[in-house]
Every structure is written in C-alpha cells, then in structure tokens.
Ligand binder design. Structure first.
Ligand code: PLP
Length: 433
C-alpha cells in the first residue's frame, strides 16, 4: 500500500467528511512543482488556490520568515505592537487605488477580511443591508456564506444565514446576462426588495473566483461605482482571489479604473502564510471604536514579514507583467484546443486567472460537470494539479504561480491538453456505446 493510500484511509477515519481533499499528500514543494509522499512529481496549476503567486518557498520569502522567527513570532498586535505591521499598512495604503487617505487592518483569512469589511461598512453608514451577487463566493463563516451566491458546496445544510443580504445578477455574457440586464436586476432589487438608503455595502469580486472566473465587464463596475455614490453605499471589492498581481495588476479592479471604498485581500498577500487585509478610505476605516476590530492572530509577525517580501518580489520580478504573459500563453493554448474540441464552450479570464468551461452541447451550453471531474482526474494521473470552479462545477481554472518557468508552464499545458483529450475521448466513446 502506498503512503498516500494509507494517509487517505487515516484522513477518512480522523478528519470530518466536510473537509474535502483531492487525496494528494505533499512531501515537498518548490516554485511551481511539488512531490507527494510517494515521490510522484506534479506541476502545480492550483498554487494553493491562488495563494502562491510568488511560488512555493520563494527564497526571499523564506529568508524574511526565518529572520522574523529569530526576532519574535507572536505578541498580538493589540498587546505589544510592531513596526512591520504599520509599515505593511503604509505600503498597501499607497498601492491601493484612490487619491485619498487610506488605512489598513490585518486579519488571518479571506472570510475574516470580508466579515470585517461588512462590519466597517455597517458601522460607517449606520445601515444594515448588503448587496452581493449570484455566483459570488466570499467565504465559509456565517456572514460570508450568506453573501455567497453558490449553494453547493458552500451553503447546503448550513443555514439559517444572516438577514439583510440581497443577491443581484452577476453579468455573464456567455450565458446571456448582459451588463444592461445585470444593471436592470439591481434596479429591480432596489425597487422591489430593499431601499437603497438601507444598503450599507455592495460587495463584488471583479473576477468571480469560485463562481467560474466570470470577469465583471468594466462598464458594469463603473456603473456600480456611480450607484454607490448616488446612494451613499460603500463599494467593497473582494480581491481575495484576484489581488496581489494575479490578474496583471496589483488589484484586478485597477483594470476598470474604478476606485472602491474598501478592498479585501488575502491569499497571495502572505505568500503561503495566513494573512488577510481590509484596505480603504480612512474616513470609513476609522468609523469603528477602539477594540471593535482585530483579533488575537491578525497581522501575525511571521505572515507580515512574508507579505513584505511578497510585495518586494512582485516589484523586483515584475510579476504583474509576468501574469499578463503567463495568462496570454494559457489563453492562446486553450483557444487553439477549443477550436478542436467542441466540449470547450468558453475560454475566459483576466491576466493569469484563466479558465475554460465544459459543455455537453455548444449551442445549449448544458454544463458538463462529469467531464470536468474526469479532466481533473486525468490531469492528476499525468502529474498536473488542477482545480475546478463554477456554479455548475463545469469550469477548469488555471492558477499557476506567476513565477512558473516557461518550460514548466509548457509542460503543464501539454499535460492539460492530453488530459482534456483523454477525458473527452472516453466520454464520447461512452456516449456512442
Ligand atoms: N473571497 C474570495 C473572493 C475568495 O476567493 C475566497 C476564498 O477562496 C474567500 C473570500 C475566502 O477566503 P478564505 O478561504 O481565506 O477564508
């Protein structure tokens, strides 16, 4: 019995069912490759779900973490503070869009950042309602589950969810939801369901992650900005998956030239160490009273040291530029494959956040979740780690580290094509038989 097989059995006995896993057990990892406990090598197109934009164990991040570990590892910022937290806040305030004073709060996870952004928006506006979007994903805590617009696997069985959360249509041109229709849906919501003067915040992922890598049309984001300005609503960009150079800019909303009031960040920020942030207008960020925000571990010194190194690496290695090139290469590869295989209905994304949607029929666009699962399994057998997404679980997403060498990127894309052909060939044969 392999060590992986043994670990799968031990996991099944010791860890709850709800903690879903692929069944790969890692022994070591380096940049865009990893090796499992049985010695199998994988090309990593998942990057710990968009966390490792700077790759596994970037030497500069490792060095920063080691240096910090020698000095101190935890004091709790609220009890004994440290300069590195303040300096990272200063750096993010300077990087975030908006020509106004900004402030930043650090937390541990993406969900915690979103929770805090909502707390801050509610405190500032003295309103309670929040508008989120269909297909959106914001986390697994109660408020963030409530905001999430995707039932499986995130919401089923976990209700009731917090009140005063409303969902509007997210524009999806491939599925016939235009910007105009999505705007009309918000209009309907604000007339039929909730008074705009009761809305504290609108929260949106500029590119939906778990929802299927749906890119919000820039005009839609601009219209949301106008709507929020008109009604005094706080616009929150959830950049937990899209942020930190992933889409070719530090923040994906920069592509649209829209300035949100608050931005949530996590994943790529800590370069593999747990760290999240809320950055935004000082006047809004300052609303809550001392002690109202924070937590025991938020802005842990080790994670903060890692984040400083992440920002340095993004700049010194031009990872925004690299994201554009990696994404372009992925897209052209997938677009060529889509021309040959009708099961690929759509190729989309922004920067190095690239995905393709699997359909049973190019015209009806009926989702093919089985084929998607089969592609992931074939890729894994051939040594490539992939993730799926989409409200119908029929989208394959590519999230390679931005530091991936060209040769490893090509290797991954070659495996990907073979896996799609394997899975599609098998499915077509089954359909004929
Ligand atoms: N928001 C977005 C857009 C995400 O993609 C995620 C995680 O995938 C979250 C929030 C939640 O982050 P975490 O899993 O760190 O709580």
């Amino acid at each position: 019995m392999s060590t992986s097989t043994d670990l799968k059995a031990r996991k099944a006995a010791a860890v709850p069912n709800g903690v879903g896993t692929k069944g790969i057990y890692v022994a070591k990892a380096e940049n865009s490759e990893l090796w499992d406990v049985d010695g199998r090598r994988y090309v990593d197109f998942a990057a710990g779900i968009a966390v490792l934009n700077t790759g596994h164990r970037h030497p500069k991040i490792m060095a920063a973490v080691a240096e910090q570990a020698h000095a101190f590892t935890h004091t709790c910022f609220h009890v004994v503070s440290y300069e590195s937290y303040v300096r990272l806040a200063e750096r993010l305030n300077a990087l975030a869009p908006g020509d106004f004073a900004k402030k930043t709060l650090f937390l541990n996870s993406g969900a915690e950042a979103v929770e805090n952004a909502i707390k801050i928006a509610r405190y500032h506006t003295k309103r309670s309602a929040v508008v989120a979007f269909s297909g959106g994903f914001h986390g697994r805590t109660h408020m963030t589950m409530g905001l999430t617009g995707k039932v499986m696997p995130y919401k089923r069985g976990f209700g009731p969810f917090p009140a005063e959360v409303y969902h509007a249509e997210f524009p999806q041109p491939y599925h016939g939801v235009t910007t105009e229709q999505a705007l009309a849906d918000i209009d309907r919501l604000l007339h039929a369901d909730v008074d705009p003067k009761a809305v504290a915040a609108v929260i949106i992922e500029p590119v939906q992650g778990e929802g299927g890598f749906n890119v919000a049309p820039f005009e839609f984001l601009r219209a949301l900005r106008r709507l929020c300005d008109e009604h005094g609503i706080v616009l929150i960009a959830d950049e937990v998956q899209t942020g930190v150079a992933r889409t070719g800019k530090m923040f994906s909303i920069d592509h649209a030239g829209v300035v949100p009031d608050l931005i949530t960040l996590a994943k790529g920020l800590g370069g593999g160490f747990p760290l999240s942030a809320v950055t935004g207008r000082a006047t809004i960020m300052d609303a809550a009273h001392p002690g109202g925000l924070g937590g025991t571990y938020g802005g842990n010194p080790i994670s903060i040291a890692a984040a400083h190194a992440v920002l340095d690496v993004i700049e010194s290695e031009d990872l925004c530029g690299r994201a554009g090139r990696v994404g372009q290469r992925m897209r052209s590869h997938l677009e060529a494959l889509a021309k040959q295989l009708p099961c690929i209905g759509d190729v989309r994304g922004l920067g190095a956040m690239v995905a393709f949607e699997l359909v049973k029929d190019a015209k009806t666009k009926e989702p093919d979740a089985d084929l998607t699962a089969s592609i992931l399994a074939h890729a894994e057998q051939r040594g490539l780690i992939l993730l799926s997404c989409g409200t119908s679980a029929n989208v394959v997403r590519l999230l390679a580290p931005l530091t991936i060498p060209d040769a490893v990127l090509e290797e991954g894309l070659t495996i990907l094509s073979a896996a799609v052909r394997d899975a599609y060939g098998r499915e077509s044969t089954r359909a004929v038989a």
